[in-house]
Design a protein around this ligand. Sequence first.
Ligand code: NAP
Length: 292
Amino acid sequence: MQRKKRVLVTGGAGQLATTLQRTVQSIDESIEFEFANSKDLDITNPEAVTDFFNKGNFDYCVNCAAYTQVDKAEEDSETALLINQQGAKNLAKACHGSNAKLIHISTDFVFDGTQSSPYKETDRPSPLGIYGHSKFKGEQEVVRNMDQYFIIRTSWLYSAYGHNFFKSMLKYGRERDQLSVVFDQVGTPTSAHNLSEVILKIISEEIDNYGIYHFSNEGVASWYDFAAAIFDINHIEVDLKPIRSKEYPTPAERPAYSVMDKEKIKKVLKMDIPHWRESLLAVSEILRKESV
Ligand SMILES: NC(=O)c1ccc[n+]([C@@H]2O[C@H](COP(=O)([O-])OP(=O)(O)OC[C@H]3O[C@@H](n4cnc5c(N)ncnc54)[C@H](OP(=O)(O)O)[C@@H]3O)[C@@H](O)[C@H]2O)c1
């Protein structure tokens, strides 16, 4: 009998890892997953990482562990860099040492948002804040320390699980009569459910076109458009006001435009990507089913 592929998923309690866990339950029995939360495996500890890989005999590692608090990172750059750069380096070295492939998740925040056409994988990163900077450093560590990697940059991730803009809007929309959301930051929401399918496709089809990829849903939206669609699809009545970013100042500056070009991933994986509105409908449905 053929040995099952072994896959380590780090950051096992986070939004993406939880979504991945729910997705794999119904998919491929030829793959064995080990979901490690931050207590099981602290990716900033090089000895713990090496030890985990020595015992685990993994074929793949999906790095969902990250410091994701964009604003807090501005005053805590040390921790952001420790997790997003040093953690990525530890995993890349361990993968290289044990001949495992790494699927490392990164972000549209590596770009400064000054472009007016979708960002390609070959465009030069120039992060605006500490979070984006630490994620870019993490990408560089992966590239420097191994060959068999997929770096997937994604944007505006949301799902039925964990903390995200979609769930916050549902909560605030039900609690408040009026909400203000920025309309001058434009990007693309990404269903973590769709991203999980992409990760599983790479593993189950043993894709070997290693490198950097961009993945989001199709289409373009402002955060205001996204919020309006969340309320519309979920039949929530709220007075939604479009505001400028300068009326809602945050410690970290965010890219004004972070739409990504997905031609590379669509070609390599031979797939179509759903429009963000279609995926929002699907995720709203998943959340509704899970809440009953
Ligand atoms: N969320 C977005 O909008 C978005 C957008 C673009 C890209 N991304 C990227 O997508 C990936 C997944 O994001 P997400 O939304 O799933 O984030 P998340 O919900 O914040 O999950 C991150 C997980 O990482 C874990 N973690 C933190 N430090 C760790 C450490 N030292 N060792 C092991 N685990 C550690 C956290 O565990 P504890 O809670 O126990 O610390 C948490 O469960 C990240 O790489 C993120 O940068 C996210």
